[in-house]
Write a protein that binds this ligand. Sequence first.
Ligand code: PMP
Length: 427
Amino acid sequence: PYTGPSAAEILQKRKDFLSPSMFTFYKNPLHLVDGKMQYLFDEQGRRYLDGFGGIATVCCGHCHPDVVEAIINQTKRLQHSTILYLHHAIAEFAEALAKKLPGDLNVVFFTNSGTEANELAMMMARLYTGCHDIISLRNAYHGNAAGTMGVTAQSNWKFNVIQSGVHHALNPDQYRGDFGSDGEKYAKDVQNLIDFGTCGRVGGFIAEAIQGVGGILELAPGYLPAAYSSVRKAGGLCIADEVQSGFARTGSHFWGFENQGVVPDIVTMAKGIGNGIPIGAVVTTPEIAQVLTRSSYFNTFGGNPVCTAGAHAVLKVLEKEKLQENAFVVGSYLKQRLTSLQDKYEIIGDVRGRGLMLGVELVTDRQLKTPAKAETVHVMDQMKELGVLIGKGGFYGNVFRITPPLCFTKEDADFLVDAMDYTMSKI
Ligand code: PMP
C-alpha cells in the first residue's frame, strides 16, 4: 500500500513550489500512485480504467513489463549522453524505426519531446528550401517553444511570441468547417496562402492527420494529397506531425498520414514512441538530412541509451501483441457504441476519430453547435467517480478525447460507454 504524502499535502506543495501555470483535471484532483496496463490506481488503491493514457504517451500499457525490463537493464549497465560515443541501442532502434516508415524516410534524429522534434523539422525544411514561410492549420497544436508555438493555432495555447513567416490555413474540419468533408475545397486555401501571402515559394507545411489537442478532428478526406501538391509545387517540404496519431493508434494504419494516402518529406513523433519515456524523433530522407551537416548540431539526451532501449521494447510489444490490430478492432467497436449513444442523447453533437483516437463533441444545440462546456466537465468528473478516466480538448473544451492504451479490450470499451451512458442519463 501507498504510504507517502496525501493528495492534500501534494496540492499544498504544488501551490508552494511549482509553477502556478500547472493545471489538473477534476474538481478534486486525482492522485495516482500506480499503473498497470490499462488501469491506474489512486492513493487508496482505487482502480480507474484509463481512457486517456494515450495522450500521456502510454501506447502499450502502463508499466508494460517488457518495457520496464528493457529500461532497468540498460540503466544498470550504462546511461549516458547520446552524443560522442557509439551505443548499440541507439543504432538498433533507429534501424527498427526507419523500417516502419515508407519510401526513403530512413534517417532518424532523436529528441526528448514532440516540441523539439517539430522545431527541428521546421528548421530542416527552412534550411533545405532556403525559404522561411511555413503553413500550418488553424486549430493545430505543435509544441510550446517559439517556433512550434508560432505554428500552433489556438489562442489558448499561445503566448505573445514573435511568430515570423507563419501562415495558418483553413482547417479541414468536417464538423464545423464550411465545406463539410470535401478535403480538396479546404486545400484551396493553402494555394491561396502561397499565391497571396508569400513570394510564391514556401519552406514547408506541417499538419497532424488527426488533430489531438484540437479535439480529435480528422482532416477531411482528400485534404493532405491536395495540400501537399500545392506545397511541393511551391518548393516546400511536407511535415507530418505524428506525435499523437502515430504508433498504431489509428488502427487501420501505423501512421496517421497513411490514412490520407500521402508520403511526407519529414515525419515527427513523440509520446507513444516511448510509452511514457521522454523521447521524440524526426525521420526524413538522406538528402534532406544532409542540411544538418552544414554546422554542428546535437541534442545531449535525445535518444540516449536508456530511452532508445525502452522505445525499442515498445515497438517490439506493439508487434508481438498485435496492438495495431487491437486498436482497429476495439476502436471500431468503441466508436460504434459511442455512435449509438449519440442516438440516445441530444447533447452528443458528433462522434469521430479512428482506432483508439476517438472524440465525442458535446453541444447544447445540435443545429447551432453551441459548445456544452460545463456539461463536458461535469460528465468527466462523474465518470471519474465511476472509475473511468477520459480527457477533453478542442478549442471550446467541449470534446471528450478517448485515447486509451492500445491494450484496451472490448469489455473496457463497454465499461467506458456504460459509465458515460449512466452519467448522461442523470444530467
Ligand atoms: N505535436 C502534437 C500533435 C502534440 O499533441 C503535442 C503535445 N500535446 C506536441 C506536438 C508537443 O509535444 P511535447 O509536449 O512532447 O513537446
